[in-house]
Design a protein around this ligand. Structure first.
Ligand code: SF4
Length: 490
C-alpha cells in the first residue's frame, strides 16, 4: 500500500465530517453493513466507469486493484514515460494524498483528465472530487490541458446498439476547479492533521450525517438515539429535528407543548403518548362509497438500469418487470391471484403489459397503494409502445389509491409511527401478516435482485430469486386486501 493519508474518497468524507474521515481511516469495521441496494449502486458506478473507457479507446489500465496503489503509482509513471496516450485508473501520489483518475488522455504535450460519474448531473461533490485530482496531478508535474466530468445523458434513447458517444455528456469544469484550488490546499492539510490526532474527533450528530450523502457510521454515532424519536416526526424539517434534539427533547413525549408542530405532527405525538387510534368513520365511508365490486388489488415492481438495456428506453428509466394482482369478485368471495414475473432474458415491458391487460380485462376498480407509481409506469409503456395506449388509458381510469385514508390520516394508529407506507400500515393493522419473514422486504432489494438475474448463470440461484420476488410482490397485494377489509369493516 502506498504511503498516503488521504485519497479522493476519504477527502470527500472529511469535507462532510471530520469524524467520518477518522472512523473511515481507523475504525473501518465500525461501518454500517452495506445493503443489497447500496451495493447495486456501487456496482453501477463501476460498470459505467468501464463503459466510459470506450470513449477513449486503446488506453492502458494502470490499476484494477486500488489496494495495490503503490504498484499503480509506479505503473502510471512508467506508462507516461513510455509515451502512452490514454491511461485508465491512473494513480498519482503527492504529499500523502493518493488520487486515481478514471481516464487521462494526452493532447499534444498536455493531458485531459476525465472523471466518470454514473449520475445525470454534476454536483458540488463531483467538483471537489475533480479539484483534488487537479491539485495532486499538477503538483506531480503533470501538465493539464483540461479537466471534465463524464456523466450520463438522461435524454439518450437507445435504438439498437449502445451509442456511448450519445449516452455520455462530457463537460469541462476546469474554471470551477481552478477556483477551488486554495480550498483544496487548505482542507487537505487540515484533514491530514485530523488524521494525525490520537482520539476520535468529538463531533455531535447533525445535518452533516445525511448531507450530501448518508454517512456510513450512523449505526455507531446514532446508537443512543432511541428507535422512535423526534427524528421520526413526519414532514418535520431537519433543522427543527436537530433543534429539538440539541435542546434535549429526544423522545416524542419530551416535546414542549408550545413547540411549533403542525396539526398532523401533533396528532402523531399525541397518539404516541396516549396510545390512541384515530378513526374518522365518516371520511372512510365517503372514501369507500365509490369502491364497488369486483375489485382488483394491483402492485408493480420495477428496476432502473443506469445504462439502457432495451430499445426505446432511457438511462434510469423505471422498467416494470413484475406485478401481482388479487381479484375479489364480490364481498366474501374467494380471492383469485394472477401474477407476472419477467424471465430476465430481454425487455420485460411487452410481456408485462400484454398479460396485465389480459388479467384486468373484466370491469372493476383497480386498487393500488400510492397510485402515482403504477400510473407513471403505465403511461411510460403507453408512450413507448403506443399500440397499447388505448387499453392502458382504460385501466388507468379505473385506478383508485388505497393509500388515501392513511395519507390523509382518516385512520392512524401509534404503530404507524407517522408513516403511511404500506410497510408500516400493514403490521399496524394486521397481526400475523408482515414482510419480516420474507427474503425480500422492500422494493429496492427487489429491483437489484431482479437486475442480477440477467447475469446469474446458476439455475438454482435463479429459481430461488424468482420465488423470493414472487412471494414479495404477492405480499404487497395481499396486504392491500387485508387493509381494505379492515376499512370495510369499520
Ligand atoms: S454519523 Fe454524523 S457525526 Fe457520525 S461520523 Fe457520520 S457524519 Fe459524522
Amino acid at each position: 500500500m502506498a504511503n498516503h493519508l488521504l485519497s479522493k474518497s476519504s477527502f470527500i468524507k472529511g469535507i462532510q465530517c471530520d469524524k467520518q474521515l477518522y472512523l473511515y481511516k481507523y475504525h473501518y469495521n465500525w461501518m454500517d453493513k452495506v445493503s443489497e441496494s447500496q451495493q447495486a449502486i456501487f456496482n453501477r458506478g463501476t460498470n459505467v466507469g468501464v463503459l466510459a473507457q470506450q470513449l477513449f479507446a486503446n488506453g492502458t489500465i494502470a490499476t484494477d486493484d486500488p489496494r495495490k496503489s503503490d504498484e499503480a503509482v509506479a505503473k502510471t509513471k512508467a506508462l507516461i514515460e513510455k509515451g502512452c496516450q490514454a491511461i485508465y485508473e491512473a494513480a498519482f501520489l503527492y504529499d500523502n494524498i493518493l488520487v486515481i483518475s478514471d481516464i487521462i488522455v494526452k493532447e499534444g504535450r498536455k493531458w485531459n483528465i476525465y472523471e466518470v460519474k454514473s449520475s445525470t448531473s454534476i454536483s458540488e461533490t463531483y467538483l471537489l472530487d475533480a479539484s483534488i485530482q487537479y491539485y495532486v496531478l499538477l503538483n506531480c508535474g503533470i501538465e493539464i490541458n483540461d479537466i471534465s466530468i463524464i456523466y450520463i445523458n438522461n435524454q439518450y434513447i437507445r435504438n439498437g446498439n449502445l451509442n456511448t458517444q450519445s449516452l455520455f455528456n462530457i463537460e469541462s469544469i476546469i474554471d470551477k476547479v481552478i477556483l477551488l484550488q486554495d480550498f483544496v490546499a487548505r482542507e487537505t492539510s487540515r484533514l491530514k492533521e485530523v488524521l494525525k490526532g490520537k482520539v476520535i474527533p468529538q463531533i455531535p450528530i447533525g445535518k452533516q450525517c445525511s448531507d450530501p450523502y448518508p454517512c456510513s457510521f450512523m449505526g455507531y454515532c446514532w446508537r443512543d438515539v432511541p428507535e422512535y424519536s423526534v427524528f421520526d416526526i413526519a414532514n418535520l424539517k431537519t433543522e427543527m429535528k436537530f433543534e429539538l434534539y440539541n435542546q434535549g427533547y429526544i423522545k416524542l413525549e419530551d416535546i414542549p407543548i408550545n413547540y411549533g408542530l403542525n396539526d398532523k405532527q401533533w396528532m402523531q405525538v399525541n397518539c404516541h403518548i396516549t396510545n390512541e387510534t384515530i378513526i374518522d368513520k365518516v371520511a372512510i365511508k365517503e372514501f369507500l362509497s365509490d369502491i364497488t365490486y369486483p375489485l382488483y388489488f394491483m402492485d408493480f415492481e420495477s428496476f432502473m438500469p443506469a445504462i439502457p438495456m432495451f430499445n426505446e428506453s432511457r438511462p434510469y428509466q423505471q422498467i416494470p418487470f413484475q406485478y401481482s394482482l388479487h381479484y375479489m369478485r364480490n364481498n366474501g368471495s374467494t380471492l383469485e391471484h394472477f401474477e407476472f414475473l419477467a424471465d430476465a432474458t430481454g425487455d420485460p415491458r411487452i410481456p408485462f403489459i400484454t398479460k396485465l391487460l389480459n388479467d384486468t380485462i373484466n370491469d372493476g376498480i383497480i386498487l393500488v397503494y400510492n397510485k402515482s407509481f403504477e400510473i407513471s409506469r403505465l403511461k411510460e409503456i403507453a408512450k413507448d409502445f403506443p399500440e397499447f395506449s388505448i387499453e392502458i388509458e382504460k385501466r388507468i381510469s379505473r385506478i383508485v389509491d388505497l393509500m388515501i385514508p392513511f395519507q390523509k390520516r382518516y385512520y392512524y394508529t401509534p404503530a404507524m409511527k407517522g408513516s403511511y407506507s404500506i410497510k408500516y400500515v400493514l403490521p399496524a393493522l394486521v397481526s400475523g401478516l408482515s414482510y419480516d419473514n420474507l427474503e425480500i422486504k422492500e422494493g429496492g432489494t427487489a429491483s437489484s435482485v431482479f437486475e442480477s438475474l440477467y447475469y446469474e448463470t446458476d439455475l438454482f440461484s435463479c429459481t430461488e430469486i424468482k420465488n423470493d420476488l414472487l412471494e414479495y410482490c404477492k405480499m404487497d397485494t395481499l396486504a392491500m386486501v387485508e387493509i381494505f377489509k379492515i376499512l370495510h369493516n369499520i
